[in-house]
Design a protein around this ligand. Structure first.
Ligand code: TRP
Ligand code: ZN
Length: 882
C-alpha cells in the first residue's frame, strides 16, 4: 500500500515532459504470483530541453529486475531506482533512444485492484488514474501518448483468451503448454487506457456496420455459462454505436470492440481503448435476475464507456485536473442517449434526483471542490459526483445557451481540432465561444467556483401596465479554499403560465438577455420585466432544471398546483409536486421531534393523487410523482441541526396520510398496472412496474399490508417486482414472520448468483431503525458475505452508511464507530474502496450537535490510525478541516 505522502499536486505547476515517448512495446509473461513484464520505450529529447536532463519514470510498489539503454545494461551509477521511481542519466543528446525495463509483479497479491490483478482466476488490469505504474516504470501521465504493441504469453489451458487494446496481430503456440497473442493499437494513447485481460472466459459475438460501411467485430466476454445474460448489453452497445454516429457524427475506429465483465472491480467500468472492462453488475441481465434499474444502468454505462472512445480516448486530458473534460462531457452524452432511448422527462427527473441526492451534498460540505479543481493530494478521490454529474450539467448548460445546432457545431470543431491530443477545459470552451461568437468567460466560472448557487426569486404582476416583473438575486456559498465568489452566468428556462394553462407570449422583455424560453441571469441582482401579459401568470422557473442551482422562490401552494397540472414541461410538473411536498415534510419532521401529531396539506394530497390517476401521463412519470422527496432530500432542505429520526418519523407520517386518502386510487393502480403479455425490459414496461410497485408501497400502510406485500412477492415473476415487494415487506415489517420467510426463499433461490445476493444484502442493510446495526453485524458473519468483493462490501456496508439514515445515524454514535472500524479494516486491502465508502459521512456537520460530535470522534479515530492510505488520509483530513 502506498501510504500517505501528503504531497499536493497543483494545476499551476503543469509543464510538459522533457522527453517525448514515441512508442511502447510490452511483453507480458503471465504467472499468478510472478508475472514478468518486458517494457521497451522509445523516447527522444523534447526540443529545447537541456542535454543534462535525466529521464524520470513513475513506479508504485515495483521491483526492477533489469534495465538496458539501447540494448546495453546500465552501469549502477547511471540510474537510481526505488519502488516509486526510476531515474536514468547520461542519455543520448539528439537521437531517439530505447529504454528496456524488466519488472516482476505479483497479480495474485494485488488486492487494491489497481494495475494487473486476478479476479476469479482471470488476469485483468485497471490503470486509470495511476495504475499503470504498478506494472512497469513509465511516464504515467495522461499527456504522454504513444502507439502500443502488446505481446501476451500465458499458460494455454488456463488462459485460452488473451486480450489487449487495438487490433489483433496474431498468435500461436509458444513453448511447453504456453501460447501467445500480439495486439497493436495504432491510436496514440496515454497509459491509463492500457488494458490486458487473460483467462478462460465465454464470449458473445456480434458485428456492427459503421456509417462508412466498415464491419466491426463486437465481443463481450463473461464467465462461462453467463453468455445469455450479456444479450442486453450487446444490444445496448449496438444502439450506442448507432446513436453516436447519428447524433455526433462519431464513428468507431478499430476492427474490433471488446467488453470484459469481471466480478471484482472498484468502480462501474473502464473505457480502455477497444477493450472496456466492466464490473459485471453493469453487463449481466435477464428478467429473472435484473431489475429495471439494472437494465437502465447497463444501457447507460455501456453507452458511457463506448462514448469515451471519442470523448476521452481520441481526445484525452492534458492532466488529471481536466478530468471533467472527459467525464462530465461523456456523462452528458450518455444522459442524452438514455433520454433518446427512453422518456426524456422521466430521465431528466431521475438525473436531477440523483444530482440533488449526491452532488448537492458534496458541494455543500467539506469535500466541495470545483468541477475543474486546482490541486489534489490523491487523484482517486476526484472521481466525484461533482466532476461527473455537475460536469455534465455544465456541458448541458452550454448546449442550452447555444442551442442545439450551435452546440453541435462546437462539438464538431472540438473533435476536428483536438483529435489525437491531450486537451484542456479551456480548449473545449474555446470551441463553443468560437462557433457562437459568445464570450464564455463568465460562464466558465461554473468550472472554477465550487458550491451550488442559490437563486432567490420573486414575481410581481402589475395589472395596470399588464406587466410581470421577476426579481432575481444570486449567491454562491463559500466552500473550502474559496471564500469569495463572483456572479455566475445562469441560464434559466421559464414559462409564464396563464389561468387556462396556456403559456403567455410577452410583447417585450427588459432587464437582461432572454433567448427563446431561457433568461440569462448574469448579475448579482437582476430584474426582468415582461410586458403584454393580460392577466396574472404563474411563473414556472428553472424548467427541465436548466441550471444546477438551489431556487428559493416562495410560491403559493395554489400556484405550485397550477404548474403541476398545466406546465408543458413534465419535469417542471414533477418539480412543482416536490416543492409542494417539501414544506409538509419539513413541518412533519419538526412535529415529530416535538411529539406533535403530523398533518398534511390537502393541496399536496390532491395534486399527488391527481397526477397518479391521470391516464394521459405516462406511468413512469406518475410513479416519479408518487415518490416523495427522500429523507436525505429533506435533510438537505433543512440544512443543519438535523435529526434523522425525526425526519424519518415525519416522512412516514405523511406517507401514511397519503396512503389513507388515496387507498382507492392505489387499489386501482395496483390492479390496472398489472402486466398482460410477455415481460419486456423496455421503458414502457418498466414504467408500469414502477407505478404498480409504488401503489403497493402505499397499500402496505393499510390493514393486512404485510400479507399483501408477501403475496406480491410470491406471485412476482421478475426481479423488479420481487425486490420491490421484498423491500416493502422488510422495511415496513422487519420482524414479521412473513419477512423472514420471504428473505429465506429469496436466499435459497439465488444463492449461486452474486449480483442478486447483493440485492438481498442491500435490502436488509437499509431497513430503518436502531436494530439495523446489529443486523449488519450479523450479516457480516453470513457465509455469503465476501469481504474481499467490492460489490458485496458496497451492498452491505456501503448501503448501510449511504442509504440508511436512521440506522447509520443512531443517536449513540455506534453507527459511526462501526464505520470507522470497517474503513480501517478495508483500507489496507483496498484504499479506493475504503475512501469511497467513507465519503458517506460528508454531511456530518449538518447533524444535530450530539450526533455531529460523535461523528467527529469517529473521524478523528480514523485520522489517528498510524497507517492510513493516501486515499483515506486525504478524505478524512478534508472532512475534519475547518
Ligand atoms: N473512467 C472510468 C469511467 O468513468 C471510471 C474510472 C476511473 C475507474 N478510475 C477508475 C474505474 C478506477 C475503475 C477503477 O468510465
Ligand atoms: Zn467515464
Amino acid at each position: 500500500m502506498r501510504t500517505d505522502t501528503g504531497q499536493i499536486v497543483h494545476l499551476a505547476d503543469y509543464r510538459p515532459t522533457d522527453f517525448v515517448l514515441e512508442r511502447v512495446d510490452l511483453t507480458f509473461e503471465l504467472d499468478p504470483a510472478a508475472t514478468r513484464i518486458e517494457t521497451r520505450l522509445i523516447f527522444h529529447r523534447r526540443d529545447g530541453v537541456d542535454f543534462g536532463q535525466a529521464l524520470v519514470l513513475d513506479g508504485d510498489e515495483l521491483t526492477l529486475a533489469e534495465l538496458r539503454l539501447d540494448q546495453n545494461e546500465l552501469p549502477a551509477g547511471q540510474f537510481d531506482v526505488t519502488p516509486e521511481s526510476l531515474t536514468i542519466r547520461g542519455l543520448p543528446e539528439s537521437v531517439p533512444f530505447e529504454v528496456t525495463i524488466i519488472t516482476i509483479i505479483n497479480p495474485e497479491a494485488n488486492t487494491q485492484l489497481m494495475g494487473l490483478y486476478r479476479t476469479n482466476g482471470v488476469y485483468c488490469t485497471q490503470c486509470e488514474a495511476e495504475g499503470f505504474r504498478r506494472i512497469t516504470y513509465f511516464p504515467d501521465r495522461p499527456d504522454v501518448l504513444a502507439p502500443y504493441t502488446i505481446t501476451i504469453i500465458a499458460d494455454k489451458a488456463a488462459n485460452p483468451v488473451l486480450l489487449s487494446n487495438g487490433n489483433f496481430l496474431g498468435g500461436g503456440n509458444y513453448d511447453e503448454g504456453r501460447h501467445f497473442a500480439a495486439w497493436f493499437d495504432p491510436f496514440p494513447k496515454p497509459s491509463y487506457l492500457f488494458a490486458l485481460v487473460a483467462g478462460d472466459l465465454g464470449v458473445v459475438e456480434d458485428t456492427f456496420t459503421t456509417m462508412s460501411e466498415r464491419e466491426v467485430t463486437l465481443k463481450i466476454y463473461v464467465e462461462h455459462g453467463k453468455e445469455a445474460r450479456a444479450a442486453y448489453a450487446m444490444d445496448a452497445l449496438k444502439r450506442s454505436m448507432k446513436w453516436d454516429e447519428e447524433r455526433f457524427g462519431r464513428e468507431y475506429d478499430l476492427d474490433i470492440f471488446m467488453i470484459v465483465a469481471v466480478s471484482d472491480f472498484n468502480m462501474g467500468a473502464m473505457e480502455n481503448k477497444g477493450l472496456n472492462v466492466f464490473n459485471d453488475k453493469y453487463v449481466l441481465a435477464d428478467p429473472e435476475t435484473a431489475t429495471d434499474q439494472d437494465y437502465a444502468n447497463i444501457e447507460a454505462i455501456i453507452a458511457h464507456e463506448y462514448f469515451h472512445n471519442w470523448t476521452g480516448n481520441r481526445i484525452t486530458c492534458r492532466d488529471w485536473f481536466q478530468l471533467c473534460l472527459k467525464e462530465g462531457l461523456t456523462v452528458y452524452r450518455d444522459h442524452e442517449f438514455s433520454a433518446d432511448m427512453r422518456s426524456r422527462a422521466v430521465k431528466r427527473i431521475a438525473e436531477v434526483r440523483h444530482l440533488k441526492a449526491e452532488q448537492f451534498p458534496e458541494d455543500a460540505g467539506p469535500l466541495a471542490h470545483p468541477v475543474r479543481p486546482t490541486s489534489y493530494r490523491e487523484i482517486n478521490n476526484f472521481y466525484t459526483t461533482t466532476v461527473y454529474e455537475k460536469g455534465s450539467e455544465v456541458t448541458r448548460m452550454i448546449a442550452t445557451l447555444l442551442g442545439r445546432d450551435t452546440f453541435k457545431a462546437g462539438m464538431d470543431l472540438y473533435f476536428e481540432r483536438h483529435d489525437g491530443e491531450a486537451a484542456t477545459v479551456e480548449d473545449f470552451v474555446a470551441c463553443f465561444a468560437e462557433v457562437s461568437g459568445r464570450d464564455l468567460t463568465q460562464f466558465s466560472r461554473w468550472y472554477h467556483q465550487a458550491g451550488t448557487p442559490m437563486v432567490t426569486a420573486s414575481g410581481a404582476y402589475d395589472a395596470a401596465s399588464q406587466s410581470f416583473t421577476l426579481s432575481l438575486e444570486q449567491m454562491v456559498p463559500a466552500t473550502p479554499g474559496q471564500s469569495v465568489k463572483e456572479p455566475m452566468h445562469i441560464p434559466l428556462s421559464f414559462a409564464l403560465i396563464l389561468d387556462n394553462g396556456s403559456i403567455a407570449e410577452p410583447a417585450s422583455v427588459s432587464g437582461g438577455e432572454v433567448s427563446g424560453d431561457v433568461l440569462h441571469l448574469t448579475e448579482r441582482k437582476q430584474d426582468f420585466t415582461f410586458t403584454g401579459i393580460a392577466a396574472r401568470p404563474v411563473l414556472s422557473l428553472n424548467r427541465s432544471f436548466s441550471a444546477p442551482i438551489n431556487l428559493d422562490f416562495k410560491q403559493a401552494p395554489a400556484d405550485l398546483a397550477h404548474i403541476a397540472r398545466h406546465d408543458s414541461d413534465l419535469f417542471a410538473r414533477w418539480q412543482a409536486l416536490t416543492d409542494l411536498a417539501l414544506p409538509n415534510l419539513i413541518q412533519a419532521a419538526r412535529d415529530a421531534r416535538e411529539g406533535r401529531a403530523i398533518s398534511c396539506d390537502d393541496a399536496l394530497v390532491t395534486a399527488l393523487l391527481e397526477a397518479a390517476a391521470d391516464e394521459t401521463l405516462e406511468p413512469a412519470f406518475r410513479a416519479q410523482a408518487l415518490a416523495l422527496p427522500s429523507e436525505s432530500d429533506i435533510a438537505r432542505e433543512l440544512g443543519g441541526n438535523n435529526d434523522p429520526d425525526a425526519i424519518h418519523a415525519g416522512r412516514q407520517g405523511i406517507i401514511a396520510l397519503i396512503a389513507k386518502a388515496g387507498s382507492s386510487v392505489f387499489e386501482t393502480l395496483f390492479a390496472t398496472m398489472a402486466r398482460n403479455g410477455a415481460f419486456t425490459p423496455d421503458a414502457a414496461g418498466a414504467g408500469r412496474r414502477a407505478l404498480r410497485n409504488s401503489a403497493l408501497s402505499y397499500l402496505a400502510y393499510a390493514e393486512g399490508g404485510a400479507q399483501r406485500a408477501a403475496d406480491a412477492f410470491a406471485s412476482s415473476d421478475n426481479m423488479t417486482d420481487m425486490t420491490q415487494a421484498l423491500t416493502v415487506l422488510a422495511h415496513r415489517f422487519p420482524d414479521d414472520a412473513l419477512t423472514h420467510e420471504a428473505l429465506d426463499t429469496f436466499l435459497q433461490r439465488f444463492s449461486d448468483n452474486a449480483l442478486v445476493l447483493d440485492k438481498w444484502f442491500t435490502i436488509q442493510a437499509t431497513i430503518p431503525g436502531d436494530a439495523a446495526l446489529a443486523r449488519i453485524k450479523a450479516l457480516m458473519d453470513h457465509p455469503q458475505f465476501v469481504g474481499t468483493n467490492p460489490n458485496r462490501v458496497r451492498s452491505l456496508i456501503g448501503s448501510f452508511a449511504f442509504s440508511n439514515p436512521t440506522g447509520f445515524n443512531r443517536a449513540d454514535g455506534e453507527g459511526y464507530r462501526f464505520l470507522a472500524q470497517q474503513i480501517l479494516a478495508i483500507d489496507p486491502r483496498n484504499p479506493q474502496l475504503a475512501a469511497r465508502i467513507l465519503t458517506s459521512m460528508r454531511s456530518w456537520r449538518s447533524l444535530e450537535s450530539l450526533r455531529a460530535d460523535l461523528a467527529r470522534s469517529a473521524l478523528v479515530e480514523i485520522q489517528r490510525s498510524p497507517k492510513l492510505s493516501a486515499d483515506v488520509g486525504d478524505i478524512v483530513e478534508r472532512m475534519l478541516k475547518g
